[in-house]
Design a protein around this ligand. Sequence first.
Ligand code: MOS
Length: 750
Amino acid sequence: MTDPMPGLTGPRARHGSTLGQPLTRRDGVLKVTGAARYAADNHPPGMLYAVLAVSRVARGRVTFLDVEAARAVPGVVEVMTHANAPRLATDPDEKTNPFAFRLNVLQSDRVRFPNQPIAVVIAETLEAATEGAERLAPRFDEEPARAALDDGEVFTPAVVGAGSPADVAHGEVEAGLGAASHRVEATYDTPAQYHNTMETHAVVAAWDGNRLSLDLPSQALAMTQMRLGQLLGIMPGDIHIRSPFLGGGFGSKAGVSGPQLLGIMAARLLGRPVKLVLSREQAFGPVGHRAPTRQTLRLGADGEGRLTALHHHTRTATSSFDDFYEAASGASHSLYASPAIRTSHDAVRLDTGTPTFMRAPGEAPGSLALECAMDEMAEACGMDPLAFRLANYAEVEPMTGRPFSSKALRECYEQGAARFGWAGRPLAPRQMRDEAGLLVGWGMGTATFPALMFQGQARAVIRADGTGLMETGAHDMGQGAWTALAQVAADGLGLPIDAVEFRAGSSDLPDAGIAGGSAHMATAGMAVHEAAAAAIARLADLATGDERSPLFGAGNAGVVARDGRLVRRDDESRHESYADILARAGVAEIEGRGRAARDPAAGADYAMHAHGAVFAEVKVDPELGQIRATRLVGAFAVGRVINPRLVQSQLYGGMIWGLSFALHEKAVVDRRSGRVMNANLGEYHVPVNADVPPMEAILVEEHDPYVNALGIKGVGEIGITGSAGAIANAVRHATGTRVRSFPIGLADLL
Ligand code: MOS
């Protein structure tokens, strides 16, 4: 491990370092001018267009497709159905690892969910392919759909989320509830949600013999390369994936999707490059979603408002043919102190596409239910919601007794409450009105997300001219990784950021791990940091071992890299430029390799989480029930902040997702057909600018020496947690009505 730079926490920058600087996105101009090339912007010579035909039924078999009519459309080259689709080297129904989801790619006539691909029409033009797909006029042998949480047989899965046990208990929950002075039992419903990335899933595939070239947005280049290699029967190294930009991923672009694989199969079948892009409607099914949940919280508290028991049970849904379970109860593992905690899950199988990780998987719905239940208990105890949470502050991880690697949640509560003006809040609901007579409510919620880290690699080069190169197969989904990782590279190489060429977003670069779990900066950032340190160490060896150098004899630890020079720590007047060191040694360039992974000992000894506190104001029209969020203040302790502008942007994005969860977002599923009835952005409501209130995201200083040497905890998902609950609790405070089914709409308040 290298020097963790003590004292350099939060948004402050070390003098002369790019770390902590609020740089704007290095790819910002490319994006706003339309010059950034997304996967679907590519048109290799000879390219054909592929359009999917999808099932309108939820379960059954395809009995007829009018392939002749589709082929008769001028420009249509081929129609790929289950009858002629290439067989794959590995059965896409084989579970090679828990994260390799089963894919529906025309290997049989079976239909397992609405919008499942049933054919691909490939043509010289997009228009012809679209027309051909419409002419297919499919017929089905239809079976009844299982569409809602009440429609399936309940079972308990072995594991939930990314592999956590479904049922975990610490202490005696029933005894704790029995001994309580106050008890709350409440059930909260959250709907299915769809990722709705601005860029729908797309692929441009070109084969050259057994080599495959892909433009494909990916949150996990190496994993995608590996899985595609297995499915297609070729070497992963013979697959080159370019993914310089993603128009959002949110978890849905972490694995191979069926539609993208179909585009690749079509290109192989026809021996020509093929482009396939999902329509918005087609993205509601085959590329994952967040499953609905029904969560039951049972809380007990003593006369002083301290929890005696907490049981969080989640019922969720998965598909008929695969396993993914929204781990919503996990939100109750680490947040509040209680002598007895149980988190449990069960599930039903529905005729739906397989759900998957979606931004703050588990924690987003789980935190909403937990924060509402905590608010209900605060009210039962006659306590202010913030005072109640402070009375149940977890000094150590409650279920294990492990210390936290760092936890500045108390400071988040203090700074957030002060900024919001929480102290003036009346205890009883329905006490505040604005000048227009609207009901005003204030609510709060605690935010938390695990500080994860995966494995990643990077390669650094210092060139003869003294400039640097950093390579890592990192992914920028819009979060600003291109910029923040370049800042880590520049800092590590001791160079101005413009003197470092930063390459990412391609599978021929070192594997940077998955851009998920809010862990990409910790993972890829540490790989970059280590690669830079390795390159600088080799450079220092060249200089300090050479008696012609002013650094001779300083020793590797006796020099520091700064502004393209190595400088003696004991005498700053003695220094030498990288270019001079390399020139004298006769070396064209030097290279350093970096690997990142969590220190296993620290990972075992400490509970690692980011924290925050979100305060919300809503206004509700007492006649119409119309709800508007009018103010959101969050304070977050997320370890080291590499770029405060980008971090705040991530936190704002998360808080808007929380707003969406509380008030807007819902897939409306037709109970008879199992189809999503609002599979478009007109009727599937995500917040637009007019829905988003003034927001503040305060970055609370936090130094964490255990998560990784840079002290990074991750910011991608925590903003959602806390926020949804804060808004729901503010609606209760405004109106006196407790709504437990989400999103909250005006009809719930009339
Ligand atoms: Mo995230 S749901 O880990 O992309």
